[in-house]
Design a protein around this ligand. Structure first.
Ligand code: GUN
Length: 294
């Protein structure tokens, strides 16, 4: 291993302790940040993410209000719940865990969230504001990745960043953040329609793998000294593990860590940063909505 290991768990802990002080200050002024968490169905990965988010909230003094719906919930019930959260003065942030079941129109559900409570930054209003660099909530995983690069002092000014993945949650917003003048990278976005992925990735100073395919980025694609950020959280069957699976990213970590300059592990890289940014956005929402400055 020659790469510097980017310890997302440690960086996220630092951020969480900074946030705990902000929550204490808000609570001292009578404001308790509140996050509504809406989960549909019992997808094990979603249940695990939601549990992790709620635990992280509790640790720094954010109140979370969980509502679980069965897999076959009617869309109207979900919309009614969101309307209730929009009105609730104790709720400052609303999180609808994705993906939703196929019979639900995800776009309609997300658009129903009050943009001032959209701490995931998924509504068209917040994504539009992000594009225009107006005050907004920035999606947690892309924001966490930018924060990781900054706090790890990875040079981004003039760097060539290759984003592998074009989801609304990660790839698209991330590519947009990377071209902000404050980051100043030149960006290539690769996706399932890209011909010769390897050639693009080989040119990258920064590779961000967010396609959700284990082993997609192999060692032969990595330029020596490049920064490799692995967003993939894939469950790979492994009978030697108690749970019957292990987590792995989209990158061949073993190989890539020998030639990269920096690399994030899975787990313990991007994942904890996503949670830290969710907490940060929720604290900001509580401050903005209550009018109590931080
Ligand atoms: N599913 C995967 N990532 C996320 C996220 O950051 N927020 C929500 N709400 N759902 C997700």
């Amino acid at each position: 291993m020659s790469a510097i290991l980017i310890d997302g768990k440690k960086i996220a802990e630092d951020i969480r302790s900074e946030l705990a002080e902000k929550v204490a200050s808000l609570r001292g002024k009578g404001v308790r940040p509140g996050l509504a968490v809406i989960l549909v169905g019992d997808n094990p990965a979603s249940v695990s993410y939601v549990t992790g988010k709620e635990k992280a909230c509790a640790e720094i003094g954010i109140q979370s209000f969980e509502t679980r719906f069965p897999e076959d919930v009617a869309e109207a019930s979900l919309l009614e719940k969101i309307a209730e959260c929009n009105r609730d003065p104790f709720v400052h942030g609303i999180l609808v865990q994705l993906p939703l079941p196929r019979h639900i129109d995800e776009r309609r559900v997300i658009s129903a969230i009050d943009p001032t409570k959209d701490i995931d930054g998924f509504t068209p209003i917040n994504l539009g504001r992000m594009l225009l660099e107006e005050p907004c909530y920035i999606p947690c995983t892309p924001r966490g990745i930018i924060e990781l690069l900054k706090r790890s002092a990875v040079p981004t000014d003039g760097a060539h960043a290759v984003v592998v993945g074009r989801s609304n949650i990660v790839g698209k917003p991330l590519a947009n953040l990377l071209i902000r003048k404050s980051v100043n990278a030149t960006v290539t976005i690769c996706h399932t329609g890209t011909e010769s992925l390897a050639a693009h990735v080989r040119a990258a100073d920064i590779v961000i793998a967010c396609a959700g395919k284990p082993g997609l980025v192999s060692v032969d694609m990595i330029k020596s000294g490049a920064c490799v950020i692995d967003v993939g959280v894939n469950r790979v069957p492994d009978p030697t593990k108690k749970k019957g699976y292990r987590l792995c990213g989209d990158v061949d970590f073993e190989g890539a860590s020998k030639i990269a300059g920096w690399i994030t592990p899975v787990p313990g890289g991007v994942g904890p940063m996503t949670i830290a940014m969710l907490l940060s956005n929720t604290v900001d929402a509580a401050s903005r909505i209550s009018g109590v400055q931080l």
